[in-house]
Design a protein around this ligand. Structure first.
Ligand SMILES: Cc1cc2nc3c(=O)[nH]c(=O)nc-3n(C[C@H](O)[C@H](O)[C@H](O)COP(=O)(O)OP(=O)(O)OC[C@H]3O[C@@H](n4cnc5c(N)ncnc54)[C@H](O)[C@@H]3O)c2cc1C
Length: 402
């Protein structure tokens, strides 16, 4: 082995980067071990973050060991703690806490995002659905609620943040609470959103559908309101209103994984690294960024990637292809993803599906839910572990949403 492509992270972007790189090496007759593709992550599994608001959160994972082994990708179980772009080296910590350095010829940062936690008193009392372990804690808490004496607080969930994740979480909650507390339980779900409208980042397009779904599901909203304190029995709003709730779910935004701070390069307000059209970090010849840590142009019209699975999958395939192309001296394929859609789960009510950056509604209710179910149970899962199929699926020009 003389060269190494090192990928940090085995999420949507990291998994697809590894397969995308192996695919090009294979096509170029270089899958002979002369270039190693290695992935460092805490576990050889894909965590299906877009489903963490659902029940049974701890099952939202898919194994990657067989796919990586068949594709010829080396998996290193560990957690990257330091990146030195000057030395082309990453240090990772293994299960026993031992720190090991590993060098790279080319690096792909695919470490995803983490929940934004502002300095709000009592935030530690809130649950969240950001990572699989967090969502599993919430699941356990909900299933234990029935052991508490009946009270308004026990039966109430406050969802902090009325963005994409907050809406999906809130729409599931009446049903999840009734599953835990009994079908006739008098449950209450309240979404608190600082903006004056629900789904502020989703724009006005899908809003009437979200409002209708909330009304029919019995989800209340407090709009133009901020939470100023959280305690084990509920929340206090800036207006002084008190909402007693044994369950508070914090969903207010995401930031790029903090390891990006170790790369001296321009970043956006969310900490994402500015990348060129080939997903190379601007100012760094050996470092690529992909998925939620990349701030990338999707087209020539000024649109930029969102922290989304939709973008992370394509960004991953493109980063993998281009990092291998860079090493082999082959022409890269600039990343583009002109089509933009959203499919928002609205719990038992259904879903809403939009197309375009102005989010025009194309489907709603049960029809949209069918599509959401396909996305969430098929399209975002790893490909077949069979080598040829896995590599073929990593084609950066593959159109998933036509
Ligand atoms: C509740 C919820 C609902 C969502 N719904 C949708 C949706 O409907 N549609 C949509 O498009 N997107 C949705 N998203 C967003 C989507 O999940 C993310 O954009 C996507 O997971 C980003 O992929 P990624 O590969 O960049 O990061 P991730 O999937 O977060 O993967 C990051 C990987 O990096 C690893 N890692 C992190 N730090 C290190 C380190 N230091 N060393 C080694 N490994 C590390 C992690 O273990 C993981 O393997 C949702 C997210 C959440 C939380």
């Amino acid at each position: 082995m003389s060269e190494r492509i090192l990928i940090i992270g085995a999420g949507f972007a990291g998994m697809w980067s590894a397969l995308g790189a192996m695919r090009l090496l294979d096509q170029q007759g270089k899958a002979d071990g002369s270039v190693e593709v290695a992935v460092i992550a805490p576990q050889p599994e894909l965590h299906i973050r877009p489903r963490l608001y659902e029940k049974n959160a701890s099952t939202m994972r898919a194994p990657l060991s067989e796919i990586f082994a068949n594709a010829g990708v080396r998996f290193i179980k560990g957690y990257a703690t330091a990146v030195s772009t000057a030395k082309n080296s990453v240090t990772y910590s293994d299960e026993k806490g031992r720190e090991t350095p590993i060098s790279y010829s080319k690096l792909v940062l695919a470490t995803g995002s983490v929940l934004f936690r502002p300095d709000i008193p009592g935030l530690a009392h809130a649950f969240n659905v950001d990572q699989l372990a967090d969502a599993a804690v919430l699941e356990e808490h909900i299933s234990e609620l029935r052991r508490l004496p009946e009270s308004r607080s026990r039966n109430t969930v406050v969802v902090a943040g009325g963005g994409f994740t907050g809406i999906e979480t809130a729409a599931e909650m009446p049903h999840r609470l009734r599953a835990a507390l009994g079908k006739n339980a008098d449950v209450r779900v309240v979404v608190v959103e600082r903006n004056g409208a629900i789904g502020p980042d989703l724009g006005p397009g899908p809003r009437p559908v979200i409002e209708q779904a909330f009304a029919e599901l019995g989800v209340e909203t407090r709009l133009g309101e901020g939470i100023i304190a959280i305690d084990p029995e509920g929340v206090t709003l800036a207006s002084g209103e008190r909402i007693d709730a044994a369950t508070v779910v914090w969903t207010a935004g995401a930031r790029a994984n903090p390891i990006t701070k170790q790369v001296d390069a321009e970043k956006d307000a969310f900490g994402r690294l500015h990348v060129d059209r080939n997903l190379k970090v601007i100012g760094h010849s050996n470092v690529y960024a992909t998925g939620d840590v990349a701030y990338a142009a999707t087209d020539d019209d000024g649109n930029r990637t969102m922290m989304s699975c939709q973008h992370a999958q394509n960004l991953g395939r493109s980063a993998g292809h281009n990092v291998a192309a860079d090493l082999l001296g082959v022409d890269p394929l600039p990343y583009t993803q002109e089509k933009y859609v959203t499919c928002l789960d609205l719990g038992p009510w259904g879903a809403v599906y939009t197309e375009g950056w102005d989010r025009q509604i194309k489907l709603s209710g049960a029809e949209a839910k069918k599509l959401k179910t396909r996305i969430n149970t098929e399209w975002i899962y790893p490909p077949s572990a069979e080598r040829a199929a896995a590599l073929a699926a990593a084609d950066p020009l593959r159109i998933v949403v036509a």
